[in-house]
Design a binder for this molecule. Structure first.
Ligand SMILES: Nc1ncnc2c1ncn2[C@@H]1O[C@H](COP(=O)(O)OP(=O)(O)OP(=O)(O)O)[C@@H](O)[C@H]1O
Ligand SMILES: [Mg+2]
Length: 345
């Protein structure tokens, strides 16, 4: 990989298709997928189970060959690399997994040492590097522990240390926090952010947790049925999704069922208001009440933060004179990102 920044992306996936033959059936796991990932970015891949996420990710380090299309890293087509160049490339690309993939019969030290020895480091060089790595990921006290003696978060830290052992420039993560609890997830995500910022490592991360995407991804690719159906800046994806599959995926998460009892008891028009960007900070509700003299009840509300930018959802009932209620609704609609009437007055 060359050190100079190219005008094109660090990772370029061009019209990649991957198909498998199973008995007599042909499974197309990835269909004509194209994605450019720039140096220093954190890019998420989301989608339903079986969408082809892992298969696509594995084409980046040639763990998975492509049936057609090309993958270029630093401008080099990886399918065409010699054995020697491919080994070098693999040193540049680390990978971590949901279940950590540590070797149970080796201690932390040996789990990391073998990749260093494989890349022709001496025992002494490896020892120095391992100390450095364990300090960096915050588990220097676990140097001689075995995987079974570690918590999930600690195991993932070992896996990260191992993935970065040869000073990787790219880190591929396949559901790295799916086996971890919320608190440990947060800690591992913070470590990944630190690695991205301090070491300039480009990160590609598959996850089914939208909170993970909101917290660390600059951009997101959405996969469905082997295809990348949408690629967008994370904030844009959550505020203005274009593809129907994406809309569904996002709505599922932010959907909120108002209990039937409440629906029956609360008078007036019930609406969902999504607000973001400049509308997020506006005291829209107070303004509407003052302007139109209607009653507004907040039934439920939530503010999310996507890389520190607010994204809010409010469920309210608007009640009063029918004409005023209509005008109030129009005012809310004009001053928010999106509204949806859940029940008319
Ligand atoms: N080695 C293989 N041989 C045959 N079929 C495969 C192989 N690897 C993946 N597939 C199939 O390709 C499709 C995509 O699989 P893939 O693992 O990439 O999906 P995924 O999006 O990662 O799903 P999940 O979220 O469940 O991990 C699936 O139908 C899967 O069964
Ligand atoms: Mg997968």
């Amino acid at each position: 990989m060359s050190d100079e920044k190219t005008a094109t992306g660090l990772i370029e996936i061009e019209n990649v298709t991957v198909s498998f033959k199973q008995k007599k059936k042909k499974i197309v796991a990835v269909k004509d997928a194209s994605l450019t990932i720039n140096e220093g970015e954190i890019v998420g891949i989301i989608g339903s189970s079986g969408a082809g996420k892992s298969t696509l990710l594995r084409t980046i380090n040639r763990l998975q060959g492509v049936s057609s299309g090309r993958v270029l890293i630093g401008g080099q087509e990886i399918e065409k690399l010699s054995e020697k160049k491919l080994r070098e490339l693999r040193n540049d690309i680390g990978m971590i997994f949901q279940h950590f993939n540590l070797i149970g019969s080796k201690d932390v030290y040996s789990n990391i040492e073998f990749v260093l020895l494989e890349s022709k480091k001496t025992k002494a060089e490896a020892a120095k590097r391992i100390d450095e790595l364990l300090r960096y990921v915050g588990i220097e006290d676990k140097k001689h522990a075995y995987p079974a003696q570690l918590s999930g978060g600690q195991k993932q830290r070992v896996a990260i240390a191992r993935a970065l052992a040869n000073e990787a420039k790219i880190l591929l993560c396949d559901e790295p926090t799916s086996a971890l609890d919320a608190e440990t997830t947060e800690a591992v995500l913070n470590l990944l952010k630190q690695i991205n910022k301090e070491l300039g490592v480009t990160i590609v991360i598959i996850t089914h947790e939208l909170d993970v995407v909101k917290e660390i991804c600059d951009r997101v690719a959405v996969m469905n049925g082997g295809e990348i159906v949408e690629t967008a800046d994370t904030y844009k994806l959550f505020t203005e999704p274009v593809n129907d599959f994406t809309k569904n995926l996002i709505q599922k998460e932010s959907s909120f069922q108002i209990p039937r009892g409440v629906l029956n008891e609360v008078p007036g028009k019930i609406i969902r208001i999504d607000y973001y960007n400049e509308t997020a900070e506006r005291a829209l509700i107070n303004e509407t009440i003052e302007k139109f003299g209607v009653k507004i009840n907040i039934l439920h509300g939530k503010i999310d933060f996507i890389k520190n930018r607010p994204l809010g959802v409010l469920f309210v009932s608007v009640d009063g004179d029918p004409a005023r209620t209509r005008e109030a609704y129009k005012f809310i609609k004009d001053n928010s990102a999106r509204t949806e009437v859940l029940r008319d007055a």
